[in-house]
Ligand binder design. Sequence first.
Ligand code: P53
Length: 478
Amino acid sequence: MNNKGLPKGFLWGGAVAAHQLEGAWQAGGKGPSVADVMTVGSPKSYRKITEGIIPGEYYPNHEAIDFYHHYKDDIKLFAEMGFKCFRTSIAWTRIFPKGDELEPNEEGLKFYDDLFDECLKYNIEPVVTLSHFELPYYLVTEYGGFRNRKLIDFFVRFAEVCFERYKNKVKYWMTFNEINNQANFNEDFAPFTNSGIYYKPGDNREEIMYQAAHYELVASAKAVQIGHAINPDLEIGCMIALVPIYPETCKPSDILMAQKVMERKYFFTDVHVHGEYPNYIKKYWQRKNIKLDITAQDLEVLTKGTVDYIGFSYYMSNVVRHNKGNDHYDYNEKTDLVGNQYVKKSDWGWQIDPEGLRYTLNWLTDTYRLPLFIVENGFGAYDKVEADGSIHDTYRIEYLREHIKQMKLAVEEDGVDLMGYTPWGCIDLVSAGTGEMEKRYGFIYVDKDNKGNGTLKRSKKDSFAWYKKVIESNGETL
Ligand code: P53
């Protein structure tokens, strides 16, 4: 094992999701997705989910940064930075506009052929997420989203069409983006974006969430099997939002609390990796009287569709405390989550913790023993355009530098098997959580504001030249 430097062939790149940058929400036969019925929020509030498209409301994803019509120029800029890979998603609604059709939409398939060809022209490997918060909206209104077992077959058909079509262009895949966000079932945002679930009054939110997650895990396992049958060389991973949970103190009950919260948020990974539900989650369901539709056949499918690697996002860490009276160490974000006095926060309240990335890489390795891929990391911040058009985003460089340092330590000192690193929102795009344009992550600035005003002109921030050097030196020049 080489103990200096990152491996040759390390996949440096950037990450985006179709709905957050493509726009062209009705072009080429595309149908509306869950992202098309969400408005703009603010640093303090999630965006509103409307029932259908309401005239007079502003939906930022409809146009986004119009990557659909700009992708050639944008990919040229990625190539200039030296990207080895580019992570994006395939908008499900370009391929199956409603979601339940038997035949795919050729115009949508053609778009991604062209997009992937454009990447390959520069030797940029496409890395593709199949379902990244962009479920066909029709599947929500007609089927209730992933409450419904039928969604398994719809997703699997979509996945199969994509694997078959792009099997020689795309090697790296992920099934469901941040499948575990919905563990936060008390909010409306994650269940809607993960699973197309609108909760109704009287719903047993928690039970519905576990049911949807189960159908997705089965759908993912089926897709993995089909993908490998189509081309054994495909590498198909899961995708987990990794926010490590620390105990507030070394009090044993705080330690146990942190462990229980980790279980609640990350059992999804166990199913993807080991092909079975851990005992703690089965015990939890029993105690909470959560009754799920899980068949013997489903369990069989899970064991046969385990993933090849773990893709994950890392932005921040969180801290929990154990409160008196919480005898079962159940998790309630409102009462159990506390601030971390040792770290700083972004303007959106995300706690910045580079060492947490090394901790996370080690935790994932110790727990799952699979190759890892950091498919999102980054700093959402306000940028200021100077009179001469330059953008001095030193705070972003600082954030990324500190995280890359920790990532390197995990590889060089701890021996973590890491495939690559794709910072989030390599070009400014619409925020998933708030719908804002002004929560910016990019190396490339896009002239557009939260209300939709702007020319969409692209320009390079200081971080552009910085990241180019990082890639050139394989992470040695930071
Ligand atoms: P935004 C919450 C916590 C961690 C990651 O997020 C999250 C979310 C959802 O907001 O989402 C991922 O845009 C997601 C991307 C998203 C990115 O992180 O809210 O996979 O789609 O844009 C950053 O700042």
